[in-house]
Structures are given as structure tokens and as C-alpha cells.
Design a protein around this ligand. Structure first.
Ligand code: NOJ
Length: 495
């Protein structure tokens, strides 16, 4: 399991930022929970116009979080506990306060002028949508100093780097080299589909971006062993699958549609919505995996759903003003699901059993709430509630204790982690059923997305004896299994 965290919030309060020393002290908690890997959202010096996704210096740590030495001590302790660490690598853009951009905007003759995308007018790449429509109305920004416009896919304080310039490409490889050299285990590649622009295209997912990723991968593999590249590209699976290419680009990519369709399936009691997420793309190359996250630090992406599906989602999950932000729904996991323990557990259990790596957003293990009075996405990034986490660690009936158990069962059964996945037809549209198999071990998984008890066909004609992974008991399984409302079961079939 990959645990996503924001250093500022993890050991901070509303008034004071969390830091690496605090995080280091909390690593045991993450280990006890069952995390294998941490993903830190950006930790670099930044004016924080986009919470650190506006990097002002790639090779340093934001002073609020400590020093590079504190980071190294954190990394050493994480590794001692067997936890890997992924960092966010924000390559598409820098902060306008990055020295590269300050030089670039200083004059048209500056050697770094061409490191960013400058134009005399703002007519280029027309028709490319504005992502942060709550704040921006154009992807071009006028710069009065040199009388030209620069391109930005995100906030105007985040000018896009020009990847057509080989010096930029080299500079980004140097950044990767710096952190991997310190021992970091890999990167989440932020907004990786936006790297290149080309007139007459959507400026997303361009062949040049894939060529760059192959180069980055060769560079990383050539200089460092066993590191991971994880693509962040929001869209339908036909857009995301190419980031694995033939096994020579990213090792992992977030499967954004899964979360959207999982919530859609819960709202409509339609297991097919989840099932269909696994259709329509080539099998992944060896040693590649999807990353499944229910929620993260951004709004829940739904823009790749049909219009009708989007209205279902908004009715079900964004009933109040302010819950929709740009193209997504800004809610945290537990409140999104009405703080219903069965729904929350079912959602976690699904991403723990489907073929890929579960990604857990800090606080979702304790059902943390949201604060929608805060602007933009900050309502989802409030300080970790340690009192609650400590209370739940002591309570065997808590969500935290449940999740610890679920994660430990997953770890004890490699078929659930790496097994082949074969979807079954349980003869009931409200039930998702699949088999995960590895080395002769077979696990049958059932999920009832219905709000009533449902029966699911096992595909077998007679009663068989199975191991119930949750209770550890052996029991008889009828050809049609009864499943309580919003529940799941994991059974091990006899070898
Ligand atoms: C995706 C990140 O998840 C989001 O938080 C950020 O605002 C944009 N990329 C721009 O870096």
C-alpha cells in the first residue's frame, strides 16, 4: 500500500506546519498500519500558490519542513523500517519564482528565455481547456516586462517549461538524479501528459511526451536500480494505458476512472461500472501495476464520465454548493460516502483486492472529515487528527483496526497482491466477483454493491469447502452465496 501524505498537515496544526522531524517520529504508526511506501506531495521551497506544486527550487526542502539533513534522516529511518519513499516530481511547470523563470522573463535575449513557452500573442494552441477555471480564464499570461505571453496549463504562477529545449530535458534529468542519488525510491510524475505543446493538437499525451518518458526511464534505469516511475495523468484508461508503453516508460500509473466508477457503482448499485474499468486496454507489461486511489489531495476527477454519469455523481455526492470544483467533486472519502462504515470498508476492500496497488490518502484510514469552508482543495488537506488515530488504534472495532487487518490479510496472500485476475459472472448485476490466482493458490472475491442482501453465483455446481480469509475459518460455500448489503468476502479455494 502506498500512503499519500502532505508533510505540512501530517504533524502540523492549523497554525504550525508539520515537518520531517515530526514525520520521522510518526513512521512507526505508518508501519503498524501496513504501509509499504510513502508518497510525499511536493516538499520543495515554493511560494505555495499551488501548495508546493509550484516549485521554486527542485533540489532543496521547504524551510517549513526542515533541512535537507532532516529529509535524509527521515529517509534513512523510513528505509530502516522497510518503507519506500516516492516524491512528487513536478516537471511540466515551475513556480514563477524559480530562478529559471526569473532569468527567462528578465529579457528576450536571456539564455534561459527559451526554457519556457513564450509567444508574441495569445492566439496559439487555441481551444485548449483551462484546468483551474475557478481562478484562471486563459492558458496564456501577459508579461509586461518583455511584452510577451507565456504558456501555463495550471495557475498563472506556474509557467510551463519548454521541453522542446534539450537543456530543459537535461535539467529535469539532473533533478531526478539528485533525489535518486540520495536514495529516494521513485517519483510520482505530476501532470505528465501536459509536458509538450503542439499546434493543432490537444497538447496532451503527445508522442513527444512518451519519447521523453522513455528517455527518463532509460536514464533512471541506467544510473539507479529498482526505482519506480508513477504517472499522474487524469483521463480514461485508453489515455492512461500508453504510459506503461511496452514496459519501457512508467512502472505505475494511477487508474483515475476506477475511483469515479466505484463511487458511481455504489450510487447506482451497479457492479458493472467497476467491472468495465478493466476492459478496453491491453494487459499491462510485466512488472507494471495500476495505482488505485479512492481519494487524494485533489478533487475527485469525473470529467471523463458521460454527462449523464456526471449528473448522477453530482446528485449523489455533491448535494451542497461548493462541493463541485472545476471538473471534480471536492470531498474526502468518509463524508463522500455519508460516513457510512459499510460503504467506506467496501470501497477500501475493493482497491485492496483488484489487480493493482492500493493508494491511501492520509487520514482516510480513520475516516477523517473535510472542511469545505477552506478555499479550493485545502478543505481536503487539513491536519491529521492524531487524537482520533490514537483512539482508533486502541479500539479493535475501529476503521483503523479494520484496515490494518485488511492490509495484513492482503500481505499474507500474494495472490491478492500479484495474482492473475479473472472476472466472473455472478449472475447478479449488483455483485462484482473475481478470482485472483497465483502459483496454484486461488482467491475468490465478492463485493455486493447493493443496498440489500444479494446472492451471487460462485460458478461451481456444488458446495465446496473454502477458507474465509477474514475469519480464518474453513466453511462450506454454496453455489449461490448470500452477501449482506454493501459487504465483501474473500475466500481461498482448496488447492
Ligand atoms: C496535479 C496535482 O495533483 C495538483 O494538486 C496540482 O495542482 C496540479 N497537478 C498542478 O501541478
Amino acid at each position: 500500500m502506498i500512503y499519500e501524505l502532505r508533510v505540512r498537515s501530517f504533524t502540523g496544526t492549523r497554525e504550525r506546519s508539520g515537518d520531517f522531524r515530526g514525520l520521522t517520529r510518526r513512521l512507526e504508526y505508518l508501519k503498524r498500519l501496513g504501509a509499504d511506501c510513502l508518497w510525499l506531495i511536493p516538499i520543495h521551497p515554493s511560494p505555495l500558490e499551488d501548495d508546493g506544486y509550484d516549485v521554486a527550487d527542485y533540489c532543496a526542502v521547504h524551510p517549513d519542513y526542515g533541512t535537507l539533513e532532516d529529509f535524509k534522516a527521515f529517509l534513512a529511518e523510513a528505509h530502516r523500517l522497510g518503507l519506500k519513499v516516492l516524491m512528487d516530481l513536478v516537471l511540466n511547470h515551475t513556480s514563477e519564482r524559480h530562478a529559471w523563470f526569473e532569468e527567462s522573463r528578465s529579457s528576450k535575449e536571456d539564455p534561459k528565455r527559451d526554457w519556457y513557452v513564450w509567444r508574441k500573442d495569445n492566439t496559439g494552441y487555441s481551444g485548449i481547456g483551462v484546468i483551474f477555471r475557478n481562478k484562471e480564464s486563459d492558458n496564456w499570461e501577459w508579461d509586461p516586462r518583455t511584452g510577451e505571453y507565456y504558456w501555463h496549463r495550471f495557475y498563472k504562477t506556474q509557467p510551463d517549461l519548454n521541453f522542446e529545449n534539450p537543456e530543459v530535458v537535461e535539467a529535469t534529468l539532473d533533478v531526478a538524479d539528485f533525489w535518486l542519488g540520495l536514495g529516494v525510491d521513485g517519483f510520482r510524475l505530476d501532470a505528465i501528459h501536459c509536458l509538450y505543446e503542439k499546434e493543432g493538437t490537444s497538447c496532451e499525451h503527445l508522442p513527444e511526451t512518451h519519447a521523453y518518458l522513455k528517455k527518463l526511464r532509460r536514464f533512471v534505469d541506467g544510473r539507479h536500480e529498482g526505482k519506480v516511475l508513477l504517472a499522474e495523468t487524469v483521463g480514461s484508461t485508453d489515455k492512461i494505458r500508453p504510459y506503461f508503453s511496452g514496459g519501457d516508460e512508467c512502472h505505475m500509473a494511477f487508474h483515475f476512472p476506477l475511483a469515479a466508477y466505484l463511487f458511481y457503482g455504489l450510487a447506482t448499485e451497479d457492479a458493472g461500472a467497476v467491472r468495465r474499468c478493466f476492459e478496453g486496454f491491453d494487459p499491462l507489461p510485466e512488472d507494471c501495476a495500476w495505482g488505485f486511489m479512492l481519494r487524494n489531495h485533489d478533487d475527485l476527477a469525473i470529467k471523463f464520465l458521460t454527462e449523464e454519469e456526471r449528473s448522477v455523481m453530482k446528485r449523489a455526492y455533491a448535494p451542497k454548493p461548493g462541493m463541485v470544483l472545476n471538473d471534480g467533486i471536492r470531498r474526502r472519502l468518509s463524508p463522500l460516502l455519508g460516513d457510512d462504515p459499510s460503504d467506506v470498508r467496501l470501497a477500501h476492500a475493493l482497491i485492496l483486492s483488484l489487480p493493482g496497488s492500493p493508494v491511501l490518502y492520509y487520514g482516510d484510514e480513520i475516516g477523517m472529515g473535510e472542511d469545505l469552508s477552506l478555499p479550493d482543495r485545502f478543505g481536503l488537506r487539513t491536519p491529521m487528527d492524531w487524537d482520533e488515530a490514537e483512539r482508533q488504534e486502541r479500539d479493535p472495532a475501529s476503521l483503523l483496526s479494520w484496515l490494518r487487518k485488511a492490509l495484513s490479510i492482503r500481505k499474507a496472500h500474494p495472490a491478492l497482491v500479484r495474482g492473475e485476475c479473472r472476472f466472473l459472472d455472478p449472475g447478479n448485476p449488483k455483485v462484482l466477483a473475481f478470482e485472483r490466482s497465483l502459483g496454484g493458490r486461488k482467491i475468490l472475491a465478492f463485493f455486493n454493491l447493493g443496498r440489500s442482501t444479494e446472492r451471487a453465483g460462485t460458478g461451481m455446481t456444488e458446495r465446496v469447502s473454502v477458507g474465509d480469509l477474514w475469519t480464518g475459518e474453513t466453511r462450506g460455500l454454496d453455489p449461490r452465496v448470500p452477501l449482506p448489503p454493501r459487504s465483501f468476502s474473500w475466500f481461498e479455494l482448496p488447492g
